[in-house]
Design a protein around this ligand. Structure first.
Ligand code: M6R
Length: 366
């Protein structure tokens, strides 16, 4: 049942290129410069009438939501608020008939996310779910649904559900941008392009597995880890830290790299590994200078960078590369080393990777 893998988590990490292909299947029309989302169930007119967009989720799905904000604001120029479901549902949120609330949930059964959906509906808002489980409660009760089609996820630590959520959000952003006239057919085609090579590039990112195992051996005894990234890499930093906490029980925190000076830098010394997410993009230089600040305090740096763009990184303690793609797609690739690093550290520590202590796969109580 684990297909030759030692754990479901590892199997699911390796399934990601296939999972992403399935998320994309039948949805891309590069010739016409269009995206088709079969279950969205909302007319173009309804989408044009949206004045405000909320994305609500828990845990890893909330990290995907943070990425979604970046993508939707960029491609559709629509302002997006991101909320943790347990906060949203009790806050008397501002929702009216021109508000679109997007609920993200792998299981479609998370109690707080389901309650947030009901709250948004009760206020007359439009709702769309991004779900992995077909016919789950959240999928059924939403006005529309975008299925991630990742296949069953058994490991408690979410992996393929996360990367497919990011891809689904990219498709939604593109579709909203197109329908709302922020992106024309030519631009849409350009933005579809990097999706076509994504599964292949994910395969390449998986090839670092053995190297990451070596890195895991070197860093497994650290008591705390810091994960830093900017822009779309910030949610990946949060996700990397969550993966490590969840399955290896090592304390880890994710921060926007630019926020380091405002507090977390005080933690840095030779005992704290800092995972830097720094693929090539407009803020690459800034990431490098943040990295120098860490090195100046004897911090140990594990850099995740783009193949062919590692020169400016200088001396790092460990380097993992991913293939080059656009800034908007890069998070799907940088997620892979985050998962593998947490996985190998957990295996070395001998924890129960698929069933970490105190955690349930789907949290159906408050
Ligand atoms: O099924 P959901 O996406 O609604 O689950 C939300 C969280 O409980 C879930 O992502 C959790 O944080 C994972 N165990 C993280 O790996």
């Amino acid at each position: 049942e684990k297909g030759g893998f030692k754990h479901f988590m590892l199997k699911e990490i390796y399934e990601q290129p296939r999972a992403v292909s399935d998320t994309l299947a039948g949805r891309l029309f590069p010739e016409r410069g269009e995206i088709f989302l079969e279950g969205l169930n909302l007319t173009d007119e309804q989408l044009r009438g949206v004045e405000k967009l909320n994305i609500v989720a828990c845990g890893t799905s909330w990290h995907a939501a943070l990425g979604g904000k970046f993508l939707i604001e960029k491609m559709a120029r629509l302002s997006v608020e991101v909320d943790i479901a347990s906060e949203f549902r009790y806050r008397d949120p501002l929702v009216d008939e021109h508000t679109l609330t997007v609920l993200i949930s792998q299981s479609g059964e998370t109690a707080d996310t389901l309650a947030a959906l009901r709250e948004a509906k009760a206020k007359g808002g439009i709702t769309v779910a991004i779900c992995n489980v077909v016919e789950s409660s959240i999928a059924r009760e939403s006005d529309g649904v975008i299925y991630t089609h990742a296949g069953p996820e058994i490991g408690v630590a979410s992996t393929k559900a996360f990367t497919t959520q990011l891809v689904a959000l990219y498709l939604l952003a593109l579709h909203l941008g197109r329908v709302r006239g922020m992106i024309d057919a030519v631009r849409c085609r350009e933005l579809i392009e990097p999706l076509l090579s994504l599964p292949r590039k994910m395969e390449q990112a998986l090839e670092s597995d053995e190297q990451i195992q070596t890195i895991a051996r070197e860093f497994m005894h650290a008591r705390d880890f810091l994960y830093l990234g900017r822009g779309l890499q910030y949610p990946i930093a949060l996700e990397g830290a969550l993966k490590l906490k969840e399955i290896s029980y090592i304390h880890a925190e994710g921060y926007p790299a630019g926020e380091m000076k405002h507090g977390p830098i005080a933690l840095i010394d030779e005992n704290v590994p800092v995972v830097f997410l720094c693929p090539i993009n407009d803020t690459f230089e800034k990431a490098i200078s943040n990295m120098e600040e860490v090195r100046a305090r004897s911090g140990r740096v594990i850099a995740v960078a783009t193949e062919g763009h590692v020169g400016p990184l200088g001396d790092v303690d460990a380097l993992i590369t991913v293939p080059e793609t656009t800034d908007e797609i890069a998070p799907v690739l940088t997620s892979i080393p985050m998962q593998l690093l947490a996985y190998h550290i957990a295996v070395l520590k001998g924890t129960d990777v698929d069933q970490p202590r105190n955690l349930a796969k789907s949290v159906t109580v408050e």
